[in-house]
Design a protein around this ligand. Sequence first.
Ligand code: AMP
Length: 397
Amino acid sequence: MKILVINCGSSSLKFQLIDSESEQVICKGLCERIGIDGSRIVYTPEGKDKITVETPMPDHNKAIELVIEALTNKENGVVSLDEIGAVGHRIVHGGEKFTKSVVIDDEVIKAIEDVSDLAPLHNPANLIGIKACQKAMPGVPMVAVFDTAFHQTMPENAYLYGLHYSYYEKYGIRRYGFHGTSHSYVSKRAAEILGKDINDLKIIVCHLGNGASVSAVKNGKCIDTSMGLTPLEGLIMGTRTGDIDPSVVEFIMKKENLSVAEVNNVLNKKSGVFGLSNELSSDFRDLEEGYLNGNEGAKRAVDTFAYRVVKYIGAYTAAMGGVDAICFTAGVGENSGFTRKIIIDGLGFIGASLNEEANTVRGKEEIISNPDSKVTLMVVPTNEELAIARDTYALCK
Ligand code: AMP
């Protein structure tokens, strides 16, 4: 079966067409600037060069039309429309309602709408993507795969904040966690690579990309994760603060005469390694170069980022009563041996020993610890689209 995977943002739409049997990507691409001047679709059919079409895209319905056109056109198309057996949608927030992927019906759409105030920027965009696909492909089954679902196994003591309990009861304010599809995929893959039963393993997954999060996976279940009610909590990220004292918000508002929305923008868009490096860059490639050239801001940003990762690994080792494997994934985790080494240098306390030669690996599966290391260190590239396609196939075959 050919599965179309859709990841819909407010002004963008990423897609992949995946063959469920071979698990090969048949075509992948991106619609950019939906509803904005200068919109375009960029896609790469398997074995061909990248194709870019600049064309007006007033809304997501038009974007989906163009995706289908790209997949089925005579010249560069890879399928006929009736070959697309199912569509898997990445949904950011499933609240407490969704603990696993589900086939989308009217009730599911209503439930996703109901939790939209927990992710006001993301869930409405995800719903627009679902509705546009339903319109363009009537009768084709659709599946919702939630970023939050894998973390729903967290125990109460991990997901509750030290807030008055009534806020949890009234509004569902608690830790939900994100990147769940990635944490699930990587922890399972790590067990497979190690040739061990995941039910016997304590794994820490470090998803270090532009957005970054850590999770503690004990016996195949997530027991804690660093992102919270929203993806702002936890690690220092590309432009997001991660953990800060909540009083900082009021303090900055008063000092700089900012509104709530403006200070939110500071915390989400102007902070993280970008802010720490005095706006040198949010991209670790630039920061690594700056670090090596003696740029103080780059050093400050990367060292502070790495220290936070080390602290979380320490905390999750305590939470699980030990750790068997630590996995590095996503853009930085998969590609930056430089940043991995700075993190791992802080893990001597658990007997982690880095194999520096293996640590030069980029973007492929590799064990990067020495044989005598007390904990196995691994690079495990994530593949959220494949995980979404697998769930979609399992529910629709
Ligand atoms: P992601 O959000 O997972 O796509 O990760 C994006 C981030 O990965 C970029 O902002 C870069 O900081 C980082 N990245 C990608 N490739 C490399 C690389 N070769 N070396 C260091 N960092 C990289």
